[in-house]
Design a protein around this ligand. Structure first.
Ligand code: HEC
Ligand code: HEC
Ligand code: HEC
Ligand code: HEC
Ligand code: HEC
Length: 181
């Protein structure tokens, strides 16, 4: 599979180019290869300040308190401003960042967080089977609780990353349509 994959990735790189994005969405981040196999992407700008090291790190709020769909749907989900205000009606009310959030919430605005992690359109990713099988968020997203700004810390848009773990866990590898629409 490794031998077959390299030409595939070259073709993908040559033929795809930047993926089209709606105007308000993520600026596609350039890849910066690290030492070893791990790659990191520069994170997009976000409309509000949000820090995982405080929420998921210091206060250890469980990931699924905010990303509540991960165990029963394809998407993990991003919390609404109403969800934030459930705590911030009481917590850190005096902080300008929280007041900006509250103003947006009261105006009924949807908080348009920019997407950080994305697989190509021809791939159908689904959180549910992974969470149900006990795969931790950090296996795929890295130590998000240590990231002041979330970035894509693992090569989630590389088929080899998916397939290596599938092979190690007896999850599907050769049934292509499991992952390809
Ligand atoms: C576990 C999930 C998974 C399985 C199983 C899988 N793929 Fe993939 N595949 C991916 C992901 C993720 C990518 C995205 C990488 C990219 O496009 O660079 C990808 C990319 C590709 C590409 C490049 C697509 C393009 O348009 O350039 C081809 C071709 C491909 N896969 C073929 C296959 C074939 C054939 C099989 C079955 C033997 C297969 N894949 C099985 C996840 C999977
Ligand atoms: C208090 C709510 C909250 C908690 C708890 C939380 N997150 Fe988040 N998370 C967010 C918000 C808001 C965003 C969107 C803003 C951003 O990207 O920073 C986000 C973004 C993300 C993203 C990037 C999503 C994308 O666009 O691709 C990942 C991955 C993520 N969180 C994983 C986690 C993990 C793993 C944990 C637990 C260790 C966690 N989060 C805990 C609120 C939370
Ligand atoms: C489960 C409760 C909870 C939820 C939900 C929550 N927060 Fe927080 N938030 C906290 C706590 C606790 C602190 C730290 C309070 C302190 O130490 O003073 C905090 C601090 C903050 C701060 C100020 C600290 C800093 O980073 O500058 C901001 C801004 C903030 N949260 C934004 C958000 C946003 C945006 C959301 C929704 C995506 C959110 N919070 C959801 C509990 C929560
Ligand atoms: C097996 C790898 C894997 C695991 C485990 C995983 N994710 Fe993801 N996550 C992904 C991939 C791949 C994407 C991009 C999906 C796409 O582009 O459709 C993603 C996207 C996201 C997003 C943004 C889009 C969305 O679905 O809302 C958030 C937020 C997120 N993950 C949070 C989490 C949290 C929280 C956990 C743990 C409860 C988790 N993920 C576990 C691979 C994983
Ligand atoms: C860290 C390990 C790991 C990574 C990385 C991973 N997976 Fe998985 N995947 C699993 C496990 C474990 C299962 C559950 C297998 C089971 O239930 O028997 C699974 C199941 C799945 C399923 C459901 C298969 C079915 O039988 O219907 C899909 C689809 C899938 N993965 C796609 C992906 C894609 C796409 C990626 C890369 C973006 C990926 N996975 C990355 C471990 C992983």
């Amino acid at each position: 599979m490794g031998g077959r994959l390299i030409p595939l990735l070259v073709i993908a790189a040559a033929s795809c180019g930047p993926r089209p994005e709606p105007a308000a969405a993520v600026k596609e981040a350039p890849w910066v290869p690290d030492a070893g196999a791990v790659v990191t992407a520069v994170a997009p700008e976000q409309p509000f300040h949000f820090d995982h090291t405080i929420h998921a790190g210091k206060y250890q709020i469980p990931c699924q308190t905010c990303h509540a769909y991960a165990d029963h749907s394809p998407i993990a989900g991003i919390p609404t401003a109403a969800k934030c205000m459930g705590c911030h009606r009481f917590v850190d009310k005096q902080k300008p960042d929280v007041q900006a959030l509250e103003a947006a919430f009261e105006a009924g605005d949807r908080v348009a967080w920019n997407r950080v992690t994305r697989v190509p359109d021809h791939v159908g990713f689904n959180h549910e089977p992974h969470i149900q099988a006990g795969v931790r968020c950090q296996k795929c997203h890295g130590a998000v609780e240590t990231m002041k700004v979330v970035r894509m810390a693992k090569p989630l848009d590389d088929m080899g990353f998916c397939v290596d773990c599938h092979r190690a866990n007896h999850a599907p590898v050769d049934n292509c349509i499991v992952c390809h629409k």
